[in-house]
Design a protein around this ligand. Sequence first.
Ligand code: GAL
Length: 864
Amino acid sequence: MAMRRTQFLLLLLWLLCVYAPACFCANVTYDHRALVIDGKRRVLISGSIHYPRSTPEMWPDLIQKAKDGGLDVIETYVFWNLHEPVQGQYNFEGRGDLVKFVKGVATAGLYVHLRIGPYACAEWNYGGFPLWLHFIPGIQFRTDNEPFKVILVCLSPVTPTSCYFVKLNCLQAEMQRFTAKIVDMMKQENLYASQGGPIILSQIENEYGNVEGAYGPAAVPYINWAASMATSLDTGVPWVMCQQENAPDPIINTCNGIYCDQFTPNSKAKPKFWTEGYNGWLLYFGGAVPYRPVEDLAFAVARFFQLGGTLQNYYMYHGGTNFGRTSGGPFVATSYDYDAAIDEYGFIRQPKWGHLKDVHKAIKLCEEALIATDPTITSLGSNLEAAVYKTEAECVAFLANIDNTSDATVKFNGNSYNLPAWSVSILPDCKNVVLNTAKINSESMISSFTTESLKEVGSLEGPSPGWSWISEPIGISKADSFSRFGLLEQINTTADRSDYLWYSLRIDLEDDAGAQTVLHIESLGHALHAFINGKLAGSGKGNRDNSKVNVEIPITLVAGKNTIDLLSLTVGLQHFGPFFDTWGAGITGPVILKGLKNGSTLDFSSKQWTYQIGLKGEDLGLPSGTSGQWNSQSTLPKNQPLTWYKINFSAPSGNDPIAIDFTGMGKGEAWVNGQSIGRYWPTYISPIDGCTSSCNYRGPYDSSKCLKNCGKPSQTLYHVPRSWLQPDSNTLVLFEESGGDPTQISIAIKLIGSSCSHVSESHPPPVDLWNSDTESDRSGGPVLSLECPYPNEVITTIKFASFGTPHGNCGNFSHGDCSSKQALSIVQKACIGSSSCSIGVSINTFGDPCGGVTKSLAVEASCT
Ligand code: GAL
């Protein structure tokens, strides 16, 4: 009998092997609670990593760190203007290798949420739209506009007589064509979950609901069309629309926001998803650096799951860098660090990464109950709320104190719980607190930059070793310049081929020669430099709230011919808002000479101006560093506007992340070995006010609540990916607009210094203990853990250890009134020589230096 059963099983196995399809295709659907993958509802933690904001060499490490941080899903936009810079010419190479990125996520065993858009927003130039779209006759973006959205099927074979007609209409099917192109590309590579791949969700459009009102009656037909167009592409996985209350079935409408716990989807059949939960906020040139305390972020996340959410995404989990001219704006900075869990350079940001990891573990401990049922919400008092998910087998509770200031003690299921203000406690068994969002067990780390001067290679002869330069001509120098009466709008003129547009005018003056006049210039933005007779006379710039430039520049003109050369520049094209695609830039006037001798003015606005798109140096290919006649023989020009500089330098040894510190320079763009590391602008200083020395995480967050770096340059350090560098000789080229001293430029190396942790006796035991089966382990006390940041390192020094009432932060801890004498030696014994260590935070370990006082353990360690 036993034999028969074995034979039967073997036969079954054989049949399965022979007849089973080669793919492990997953069926992805949803119901009112969750995404359902292969018949099982899932609780999913997701994080945004935008592939072009790092390099393919960085991707595996970033994805692994996301996985280690407890993520299940990586979310990314698809950036249309990166992939189709010229209509019909595609680029999926390098940082644009979308397939490689998606496959990399799959290799790590994570899922992908692919937000095709194709409108992205994302602080990306022009919101991700290619500029050429703007020039399609009759086009209107993001509305019920036939050329923008309608596909007209081309008859095949295309006969010469039908060709013209077909071409005209096919070119106008842009949104659908690009969306279908991406879907097909993913399908070809079997990347949808329905084909065995990692993509479990896709997004169409982006936050259209936020601007819909402005588009009038055409908005709803557009969104309905977008929904059915997307659905017709038959991806086999659900589509979402974020911030789109009226998203038609079967599209899931999702929430984006700082908090999304109060969100409800537009149908009882749809789950509660949060597609953008902000880790911090973006940086603008001229702005202070925003950050978001992890206690508040963890609170927001726990609240979301407490109130029925099942998929939550961090925007951004790794922000990265706006390389080249990819940043939107105007005025979005080159760093897109976003105070994310993984920093711009690829280091985990502690304690944020670690605390969120603990939150994810705690939520995952609750998964079975979360997916099984809806929560029952009860009030435990004013601003105190319990949610219980109870089945026959499971009971999970979330206890929240949403008061901004007052801690509370609550009674729940007969037990008493202390709930700090603005926090959520998670109880995977309705009894024991496994985590409180305001109590951080995770270690923190001090990372810092050490700077060294640029080490030039193959020193050139001359007064300034290493540096060579070329002066960019002031005014018109290229053969393709052209003249027009009146002042032209910039984006329509340059098609964003360059940041720069020259407006040049020659005027004859007799009577007013030598008079102190004023040149009044009005521009739509984003910045300008005015040169009078070849000399910089003044500059102006807009800001993130108002890109317009309105300047009055004192000038003195000479008798006879005078040249007015105005260099207008964009700093990233508008990427959001209703009709953002039609926002203009450039000197549209008026341009008026005021203060003439007889009290009159001269309006130059409708004169014949000569225009030049871009710089001569751009045409000559100077950014590559390999062409052009570079000068190194005479004195290096310093503080000279419009200068190209070049140096060959050797990379610092090792693999630590690298940045260039542009302190000393004005504004421009820089290239390393021909790759643009982005626009630099260290002279744009943030307002002096608005920062606080510490930020109270309690109470609602907004993007101006927690700021640092006030009164300082918004960004001095610019990331150079390691993979762009060679060990020996590298070329740095920069184009400096306003004037600077390149000899002050230095290289900054990012290193992790100390690791710290500060854990209180009142903290719950680590979430990890919950993987253990025994109740006694779980109820053990809090534990302080430290781990060396780099593999193969061990803890060599305990710089600080105190058990009692220590205060301060990592790097500046100090002893309080109460302090155990043995703390240092106990910690040294437990940690020195190991790559990680854990110490019980209790009087059992340290003795009691002050009875009746709640004590904590603070440690700072370093590894080598
Ligand atoms: C959202 C948008 C994102 C990004 C974010 C701010 O509204 O959907 O793409 O722009 O704001 O970083």
